[in-house]
Design a binder for this molecule. Sequence first.
Ligand SMILES: Cc1cc2nc3c(=O)[nH]c(=O)nc-3n(C[C@H](O)[C@H](O)[C@H](O)COP(=O)(O)OP(=O)(O)OC[C@H]3O[C@@H](n4cnc5c(N)ncnc54)[C@H](O)[C@@H]3O)c2cc1C
Length: 464
Amino acid sequence: MDESIIRTLQEIVGPEHVLTDPEDLLLYAYDASIHAGRPDVVVFPESTEQVSRVMALAHAHHIPVIPRGGGTNLSGGSVAPQGGIVLTLSRMTKVREIDIPNQRAVVEAGLYNLTLQEILAPYGYLYAPDPASQKVSTLGGNVAENAGGPHCLKYGVTTNHVLGLEVVLYDGRVVQLGGKAFDTPGYDLVGLLVGSEGTLGVVTAVTVRLLHVPEAIKTLLAIFDDLDGASQAVSDIIAAGIVPATLEMMDQLMMRAVEEATHAGYPTDAEAVLIIELDGLKDDMEEIADRIAQICQRNRARAVQVARTAEERDKLWAGRRGAFGATGRIKPAYLVNDGTVPRTALPQVLRQVREIGQRYGLPIGNVFHAGDGNLHPLILFDPREEGILELVERAGAEIMRICVEAGGTITGEHGIGLEKIHGMPLIASPAAIQNMRWVKEAFDPVGLLNPGKVLPQTSEGVPA
Ligand SMILES: Cc1cc2nc3c(=O)[nH]c(=O)nc-3n(C[C@H](O)[C@H](O)[C@H](O)COP(=O)(O)OP(=O)(O)OC[C@H]3O[C@@H](n4cnc5c(N)ncnc54)[C@H](O)[C@@H]3O)c2cc1C
């Protein structure tokens, strides 16, 4: 990249906030997916004004810009296969406003999700979307991926909790979309930006909805000796009209990894467990817990345990949240699928996933948001094995396809990025993809923002 551009970037954000050394750039060539792509430069602005000036510069010189938060996405969304500027929002962490009477907060995009929860806790409030990566993923990244999390079964995903966005457009203009009100007249541009994976604008601040911390919480661990029983119980609980706050499933392979890593208290001899959390008023909680226990027992649960203390509950959740990382004890890398299927299809799809693992000779662990039908089969592998990556990608593509065939979709919360771009034609017609291209062109006419992501190229069998 031209030296004069680097100098201008240094003037905008300060020389210590611009990285150009090859070793530094290498660190920003990765996210949590199996994809890589090295940028030419990484910049760390600390204000909307600085983001705006960086975008205006990139626009003037036709340089691609890849917005980045914590780099934890699982679909290749924040890597830079075409080079360009990685624009990292990690210094933009101010809380601009906490408006308790109106149950709103306005925070900058680089704030970690968990930090926001910690700031809200003393007020007795929370922000519902709670991705398992919440310690290290940012609000901006959560918005861009429309992140979910264990509690999204009852409360909905990011889009249901974001009311306003401050966005820097491709040429540096700053716009405020939405605000504190529930509805903004005209097109729902906030809804459009949520889930747009950094391809339509750079989010610099987010207005979120706050919820009161529930009066009571009860966490159950239902233990099963067969996967079918566990997945049927998920379907039956929801069919009985019960909506727990969380309904997560973990299989034996994952429990073994988690127990080795964190000693959270999972039974490693069981085939699967459900982590079922109820929240709300104390009054009817016992009765609902009893009904859930009966449903689990009807589906051959070996036992249904209740976390007796806050510490026991925290340990179960620490194990669940750390599950992806714990697989490092089995194999050094994983490809995580993210298909969503109708809940009633869970038993059949889980059997098919197991069969794919056996056919390819690849270990596949499952830990996922079962209540949402949002599967996360983790295909574990060692990238040093010759030819393994191709095998893993083929197995991943098969899993994606069976989810679609079961009436589901290719991603529940991790985004399309680079990884699932070839799967887009499975779920969107050529006309729908063309409409998405027009939206992209309206927001980013010269194609500067996160180019090559989300939308398949016309050469991939999708007409222009
Ligand atoms: C162990 C683990 C567990 C996970 N659990 C969950 C889970 O439970 N639920 C879930 O939904 N996801 C989960 N994820 C995936 C990931 O954490 C989420 O996608 C998260 O929202 C990404 O946030 P980030 O700040 O890391 O963004 P990044 O990875 O840096 O970026 C993600 C995408 O957003 C864009 N982007 C980032 N910031 C901005 C911005 N300010 N403006 C515009 N675009 C931007 C990037 O260009 C990229 O396309 C998990 C990941 C890991 C590694």
